[in-house]
Structure formats: structure tokens, C-alpha cells
Unconditional design. Structure first.
Length: 356
């Protein structure tokens, strides 16, 4: 026989956490309240990279592929973003290795299609630092797009000023002179030595500096909280602006040919071409006059242009203002193509009205 009074049934409701105890005469219901905690996190979409697995690192083979692709940095050079196509092409092996998700790969590739321009050989250390930063980002370090592009822009300016004198004006002329001297003597090794030595020096330099930048970049990313990255970017930007400022006078030339005054010179201050003695004596007299009075001796009239007055006031003022104006337009996201076409139009109009 079964005693119904001692018989109990327990029912558990998993939906709301309640427990019901049932007997023949008594029904006791105990409800356990559960509290759900909702956690809301806000993340920067530019740094949202989750890596729950083992740490991802760029092996030597991938870094060599990047270096080999970097040889074609100027293969897709364009007037709007300069070397961005070749840079993105160089980064593809690293992007595929670091990011397995197609969406992350697309974002990384788009990130490296921004404006980039520097000397093609000294671009390698910039590439190495960028590889290290991408590696850390793929492993969850909060590095956003602005930090990566800021390092690229901050380094490419100063290095561009170093590459030209070292490679174009020193190493290449020395090797060229060596190869030419051998070629002039009939030695076929002349051009061969130039070609082999130049490319060997260039490639070794690019690989070593890329690896140096990669190792230095790892040290930079370890101290993001300490502000090391910000200080390096700031120092590189200051140095870059200094070099660019020094090169403005060399690369930017504006000449206002509009006449301000035209006066007749004194007879003794210009060369009377029809009265010069014949032969070497006449040439000597003309050169002496030119050395004494300058270019004004070439004509009986002295013409003062707007550019002459500007040079007296402050030499190089207009090229500097033009460079600053273009930089301002670029910061306001004005297309470089629009700026180039506008400069063409200004030059044509200025020439037509005899202003430039």
C-alpha cells in the first residue's frame, strides 16, 4: 500500500526559476527570482578586431613576400594618391595572413589605400613599422586607423628628404662613374657591374630597413599607453615639416612678370652692343660690365617687375603661401585632382594676361 499523505511530487519550472512541491493535502510553491544583467559595451569600429585563439605573427616568409612586392611601389603611381596602389599591393600578403575574415581584410586594404608618397627605397622602414602595428591590431591591441595612417604620414616626409641625396646624388653617381669608366675602356663588365651592384645594394637596404622597422614597430606598440607612439609621430611630423619647408623654395616656383616700372638707364650702366670693340676685347668689356652691374646691363631700360619687389620684401614668400594654401585645401578634403586643375587654370590665365 502507498501512503498518499507522505507522497510528494516536485516540479521544476526552468523558464522562471520556480519550484513547486505538491502533496495530496498541501501544495507549496517557492519561486526563485533571477536577475539578468545586461552589459552593453561600446567599441570603436576602427579597432574592433577579436582574436580568441593563439597570437598571430607574421612569419619570415610573409615579410619577404611583402618586401618583394614593395619593389613595385611605383607600379600604379597616380596624381591623386601617389603611391597608394603599390603600397596596398605590398600589404596584401600580410593582410591575408593576419585577418581571416573577408570583411576585416577589405577594411584593412581600404585603410592602406590612403595617400602615400615618399622615396621608394626609404619607404621600407615605414612598411616595417606598419606591419608591426597591423600585427598588434590583429591580436586585439586597440590601434585605430588614424594611428596607423598617422605613423605613415609622419615618417614618409622626413625619409623622403633623406632618400634623394643618399641614393640619387651619392650612390648612383658613384656606381655610374665606375661602370662608365670600365665601359669607356671597352670592358663589358662596366654596365653589368653598375646594374648588379646598384640593385644588390638597393634590395639589401630595403630588406634590412624593413626588418628594422618591423622590430622597432613592435617596441612602439608595446608602449601605446605610455604615449611613445604619439611622441614619435609628433617628432616625425615636426622633422617632416622642417624638411618640406626647406624644400619649398627649391621645388615651388612662382614668378610674377607684371611690370611695375620701366626707366631709361644711364649710358655708362648698360652695354652698348653696337659700340663694342671687335674680337676678344669686346667680349671682355661686356663680361666686365655684366660682372659690375648685373643683368641690368643687357638692356638700356631697367624693368622692375612685381616679383622683384616681392623678392626684396621677403624672398620665397609666394611659394610658401601657395604650399600652405594647398595644404589647407587638402585638409578640407578637396580632391588633389581639383587642386591640380585649378593650378593649371591659374597658370594659363596668368600667362595670358602677362601676370605670371
Amino acid at each position: 500500500m502507498t501512503d498518499n499523505k507522505d507522497s510528494k511530487t516536485y516540479e521544476a519550472n526552468a523558464d522562471n526559476g520556480s519550484v513547486v512541491e505538491t502533496s495530496d493535502n498541501v501544495e507549496v510553491k517557492e519561486t526563485v527570482n533571477t536577475t539578468e544583467a545586461e552589459v552593453v559595451t561600446t567599441e570603436n569600429p576602427d579597432t574592433e578586431v577579436k582574436n580568441d585563439g593563439p597570437r598571430v605573427e607574421l612569419p619570415l616568409s610573409v615579410r619577404k613576400k611583402v618586401c618583394n612586392r614593395h619593389q613595385f611601389l611605383q607600379g600604379t603611381w597616380n596624381y591623386e594618391r601617389m603611391q597608394n596602389g603599390g603600397w596596398a599591393y605590398s600589404m596584401i600578403p600580410a593582410i591575408k595572413h593576419l585577418y581571416k575574415d573577408k570583411d576585416q581584410q577589405s577594411k584593412a586594404l581600404k585603410r592602406h589605400l590612403e595617400f602615400y608618397n615618399t622615396h621608394p627605397y626609404v619607404s621600407s622602414p615605414v612598411l616595417g613599422v606598419t606591419l608591426a602595428m597591423e600585427e598588434e591590431r590583429a591580436n586585439g591591441t586597440p590601434i585605430d586607423d588614424a594611428a596607423i595612417n598617422g605613423v605613415k604620414v609622419g615618417m614618409m616626409g622626413p625619409l623622403a628628404g633623406v632618400g634623394d641625396p643618399v641614393f640619387w646624388f651619392t650612390i648612383r653617381p658613384i656606381l655610374g662613374a665606375l661602370g662608365a669608366s670600365l665601359a669607356l675602356s671597352g670592358n663589358i663588365l662596366g654596365p653589368i657591374i653598375f646594374f648588379v651592384a646598384w640593385n644588390l645594394i638597393r634590395y639589401i637596404f630595403e630588406w634590412k630597413t624593413q626588418e628594422f622597422g618591423y622590430k622597432a614597430g613592435n617596441e612602439i606598440t608595446k608602449d601605446l599607453s605610455g604615449g611613445l607612439l604619439g611622441r614619435i609621430t609628433l617628432m616625425a611630423s615636426i622633422l617632416g615639416m622642417f624638411i618640406i619647408g626647406a624644400l619649398v623654395q627649391r621645388w615651388v616656383n612662382v614668378n610674377f612678370i607684371a611690370e611695375i616700372t620701366r626707366i631709361q638707364q644711364q649710358p655708362e650702366t648698360f652695354i652698348h652692343w653696337s659700340e663694342l670693340p671687335a674680337g676678344a676685347e669686346g667680349i671682355k668689356h661686356a663680361l666686365e660690365m655684366y660682372a659690375t652691374y648685373g643683368a641690368d646691363t643687357l638692356s638700356p631700360e631697367k624693368v622692375t617687375t612685381l616679383q622683384d619687389n616681392l623678392d626684396i620684401l621677403l624672398p620665397g614668400l609666394i611659394p610658401l603661401l601657395l604650399t600652405l594654401g594647398v595644404s589647407k585645401l587638402l585638409k578640407k578634403d578637396v580632391s588633389p585632382i581639383t587642386i591640380i586643375l585649378a593650378l593649371f587654370a591659374i597658370g594659363i590665365i596668368g600667362r595670358y594676361f602677362h601676370i605670371l
